[in-house]
Design a protein around this ligand. Structure first.
Ligand SMILES: Nc1ncnc2c1ncn2[C@@H]1O[C@H](COP(=O)(O)OP(=O)(O)OP(=O)(O)O)[C@@H](O)[C@H]1O
Ligand SMILES: [Mg+2]
Length: 417
């Protein structure tokens, strides 16, 4: 039944102002307004819909009947699919209907109008929220009865909207500021994490250099000195039999073998020559052979041809990550099985390393261990890293996901090991 003509007097305006004063979010405002305005503009559903500053998206905050429009239920939707898009775009100055279910203005192709039926909304009244003549959102009243509102209610609703507009605008600005401050803090934390991580990697590189220096000194130099002394002795001999050179040859062979191990540890040559899959397999094989207790391994490489296209710095980072995960399994997990799975989808490349061992009991407190290096390497190539217990509870699962976007640019900004 259509209501009698309604208008707002000064004391009602004042009580609305008092009710919203101190409300610190959209929902608080809408609840306060609903209670104040109900005697004047009856409603089963009241909502404030705010447009994003660029005017493309809209988020609704409602009270009364709960619908899918609410920001708690649905993410911001494009203005173009809002049943009241003409109000947001300024095409109309209000929308008034006796029955929204049959009013074709709400039901165009692609309109997000399902809540009208789901909540059985019939009478609807919508007015714009404006700041300096610019539409920033809409205030909407709805009931489940037909023909609740008249044109005079539009004026009352407009007064309420004018009271609310600046307050809602200020709330929106403060939320946006909070959000951007939060994003800035997050970005700074990420940058600081990367700085510390890169420092650790540099230290790791320095340690590796020192280790290579020591290996070369203790192993190769010692071998070569011994070979040199033997050769010197042999050179002094008047006659030399071939068999006398046999031990020297073996010494040289041993020296070469050791040297290869040192070089391979420094820069995985197998990675260079055969690619990521085979390098991982070779490493798995080596670890399984030297593990204290029997360890079986499986490599499922479902991405082989694509891996060749990866920039070297990314391949090395991925290899080092997998290498450390495998090392950890061998050293800490007491596992009987380890699996590495490499998969390639349109949008990402994923490597999973899984063992059936004791599992990560707690996150390590140390910021310099291998897991920390794994996480820094992942950040540097902008890959997502998840380290967790396996689904069945026993063992550890490390999952590294590299999105397939602009790999070259990522490679340029990453630090190769
Ligand atoms: N696969 C795993 N299974 C069981 N525990 C693990 C596994 N991986 C890591 N851990 C636990 O997490 C701890 C931290 O690992 P992290 O690689 O950071 O350091 P680390 O292996 O102890 O030393 P580093 O890697 O510096 O030589 C390990 O000491 C171990 O207790
Ligand atoms: Mg480790």
């Amino acid at each position: 039944m259509r209501s009698i003509s309604r208008s707002l007097n000064t004391s009602q305006i004042l009580s609305i102002l008092q009710a919203i004063a101190g409300q610190l979010d959209f929902r608080g405002v809408i609840n306060a307004v609903s209670a104040e305005i109900r005697p004047l503009l009856p409603h089963d559903h009241l909502d404030v819909a705010m447009m994003s500053p660029d005017g493309t998206l809209v988020s609704a905050y409602e009270t009364g009947l709960h619908t899918e429009w609410d920001a708690d239920t649905t993410a911001a939707k494009p203005v173009a699919v809002s049943p009241i898009r003409d109000l947001f775009t300024g095409k109309v100055d209000h929308i008034l209907t006796d029955d929204a279910q049959t009013d074709i203005r709400f039901h165009f192709e692609g309109a997000f109008s399902n809540p009208i039926f789901a909540a059985n909304l019939r009478s609807r009244l919508h007015v714009p929220l404006k700041v300096e003549s610019r539409v920033i959102g809409a205030l909407s009243f709805s009931t489940q009865q037909i023909a609740t509102y008249s044109i005079s209610d539009v004026n009352a609703a407009r007064i309420v909207a004018d009271i609310l507009s600046s307050y809602l605008f200020a709330l929106q600005q403060s939320e946006l500021a909070k959000k951007s401050e939060f994003q800035q803090v997050q970005a700074e934390a990420r940058a600081e994490g990367l700085r510390i991580g890169a420092l650790h990697l540099t230290e790791e590189l320095e340690n590796t250099r020192q280790a290579i220096g020591m290996d070369l000194h203790d192993q190769t130099l010692a071998d070569l000195s011994r070979i040199s002394r033997t050769l010197k002795r042999l050179i002094g001999r008047p006659s030399l039999r071939g068999s006398e050179l046999q031990p020297v040859h073996e010494d040289v062979e041993n020296c070469l073998r050791e040297l290869r191990v040192i070089i391979d540890n420094a820069k995985p040559s197998v990675l260079q020559f055969f690619g990521l899959g085979q390098a991982i397999e070779a490493f798995l094989e080596r670890c399984a052979r030297s593990a204290a207790s029997p360890l079986t391994y499986h490599l499922y490489d479902e991405a082989a041809p694509h891996l060749d296209d990866l920039p070297t710095s990314i391949t090395i980072a991925l290899y080092r990550i997998v290498q450390e995960a495998i090392n950890n399994t061998v050293r800490h997990a007491n596992a009987s099985k380890i699996e590495v799975r490499i998969t390639q989808q349109d949008e990402y490349l994923q490597i999973i390393v899984e063992d059936d061992g004791s599992g990560l009991s707690k996150l390590p407190g140390r910021r310099t261990g291998g897991l920390n290096n794994i996480s820094t390497r992942a950040s540097l190539i902008q890959a997502k890293l998840v380290t967790a217990a396996r689904e069945n509870g026993s063992g550890t699962r490390l999952e590294i996901t590299l999105p397939n976007t602009d790999l070259t640019q990522r490679a340029r900004s990453s630090i190769s090991s």
